[in-house]
Ligand binder design. Structure first.
Ligand SMILES: NC(=O)C1=CN([C@@H]2O[C@H](COP(=O)(O)OP(=O)(O)OC[C@H]3O[C@@H](n4cnc5c(N)ncnc54)[C@H](O)[C@@H]3O)[C@@H](O)[C@H]2O)C=CC1
Ligand SMILES: O=C(O)CCC(=O)C(=O)O
Length: 420
């Protein structure tokens, strides 16, 4: 079960940033609480004829800058607090990248690995039936997150269009290409982080050849990150999934690892060419880049001191606790923060939504070029704020987002009041 104080911990990052800029207290008050969180129980017919009930949530944290946007997670330990925190991070992330969105997030408390494909489809459709009044192409636009994927987004988009009686591809992003998905959404989360590291390589003090990379979590974000870094000659020396971790100082056999995951097996079961190590040993590996790509709070007070990476590229949301952040900063480890480092996913989701609305689809090259432009532009702004104010890149990214959020909140007018 995730930390019940996870939202309070996340909000401390906003307070840190607020100390460095002149921000009206009204702005902070507005950003402290989610605008609305809807909780339902989904009752699903199982294949054996029985019925089973699952808790589900959708949170629209803040819509000042546009419709709320964020993924849906299927995880056995999801909680309302986790969903709200993830929705808060989406709010900040969309501001950092200047996407015309607020932040949202959803979850179902379920172990999707325990469901058949038909059960998973019924659960996905039930989610949309339950939340049809809160989502919509101009209101709240879901996407994939942990243990959800393009197939699930396809079912959800189909269900929404059925309810509305006409196609609404822009209600959900991360869909299959055949249903209006965008080229390049599949690896966009990792690609955004990869572009960021590439753009900042010199400033980060990273080697241009023989880069060593460790990837924690080997799903959508982690697998694509490993593949992209390998494409520039990097060695993937450690990877992990929920079952365990593996390591080879000379580099793991990435194709074998990808093949095993593709067949639904763990990295432990692959012909990886290395040895099994513990989850904590993985975090402590001597490497140039550590890429957390799994869950929140994986690097905490208890293991942060062991981190030997030069750079941590946060593809996961919230993988480092505030206490661990301080330890890493003291050790001189540079953290590329989630709200910038993993923003490639939502950025290409935005491209998908734009393409759905205009009914005209871009080439993969166009998607990549536009993504790179945004990540490099915002990466430079964040880097310069950190340098000028002598703060971490995370605080700089929050300062950048807070400025944009404050401008938008003020532009709405001072007499506006909100109902939840
Ligand atoms: N999919 C997307 O577009 C985006 C995902 N993210 C974030 O990236 C992270 C990963 O998401 P996805 O790759 O989409 O999920 P996924 O479901 O494709 O993969 C998750 C991976 O994490 C592993 N994992 C779970 N618990 C673990 C543990 N305790 N130790 C090590 N590995 C563990 C799983 O085995 C799996 O390999 C999450 O924090 C998510 O919120 C962020 C931005 C966009
Ligand atoms: O693609 C999206 O809209 C949201 C992705 C997401 O959930 C995230 O960035 O954490």
């Amino acid at each position: 079960m995730s930390n019940p104080d996870i939202l309070q911990a996340a909000l401390t990052r906003l307070d840190d940033a607020a100390r460095h800029v002149q921000i009206d207290s009204d702005v902070l008050e507005k950003l402290k609480y989610p605008r609305e969180t809807m909780k339902v129980r989904l009752l699903i017919r199982m294949d054996d004829g029985s019925r089973k009930s699952f808790l589900a949530w959708r949170c629209r944290y803040d819509d000042t800058r546009g419709p709320t946007k964020g993924g849906i997670r299927f995880h056995p330990e999801s909680t309302a607090e986790e969903v709200e925190t993830l929705a808060f991070w989406m709010t900040v992330k969309c501001a950092v990248t200047n996407l015309p969105y607020g932040g949202g997030k959803g979850a179902v408390r379920v172990d999707p690995k325990s469901l058949s494909k038909a059960e998973l489809e019924r659960l996905s459709r039930a989610y949309v039936q339950a939340f049809a009044s809160i989502i919509g192409p101009d209101r709240d636009i879901p996407a994939p997150d942990v243990y959800t994927n393009a197939m699930i987004m396809g079912w959800m988009s189909d269900e929404y269009s059925t309810i509305r009686g006409e196609p609404h591809p822009g209600v959900i992003t991360g869909k299959p290409i055949a249903l209006g998905g965008s080229l390049g959404r599949d690896d966009a989360t990792a690609r955004g982080g990869f572009y960021l590291v590439g753009h900042l390589t010199e400033r980060l003090g990273l080697p241009t050849e023989g880069l060593r990379v460790v990837v924690q979590g080997f799903g959508n974000a982690g697998q694509h990150a490993a593949r992209l870094f390998r494409s520039i000659g990097a060695k993937i020396i450690g990877v992990s999934d929920s079952r365990g971790a593996v390591y080879a100082s000379g580099g793991l056999d990435l194709d074998a690892l990808l093949a095993a995951k593709n067949q639904g097996r763990s990295v432990l079961d692959a012909e990886h060419g290395g040895k099994a190590i513990s989850a904590d040993e993985l975090i402590g590996l001597e490497t140039d880049v550590l890429v957390p790509s799994a869950m929140e709070d994986m690097i905490h007070e208890g293991n942060a001191n062991t981190v030997k990476a030069r750079v941590v590229l946060e593809l996961a949301n919230g993988p480092i606790t505030p206490a661990a952040d301080e330890i890493l900063a003291k050790k001189g480890v540079i953290v590329l923060p989630d709200i910038l480092a993993n923003a490639g996913g939502v950025t290409v989701s935005y491209f998908e939504w734009v393409q759905n609305r205009q009914g005209y689809y871009w080439t993969l090259d166009e998607v990549h070029t536009r993504l790179k432009t945004i990540i490099e532009r915002e990466g430079d702004v964040v880097w310069n704020i950190a340098r000028d104010k002598d703060v971490t890149l995370r605080t700089a990214a929050y300062i950048h987002a807070l400025n944009r959020l404050a401008t938008a909140i003020e532009a709405h007018g001072t007499q506006q009041f909100f109902t939840s």
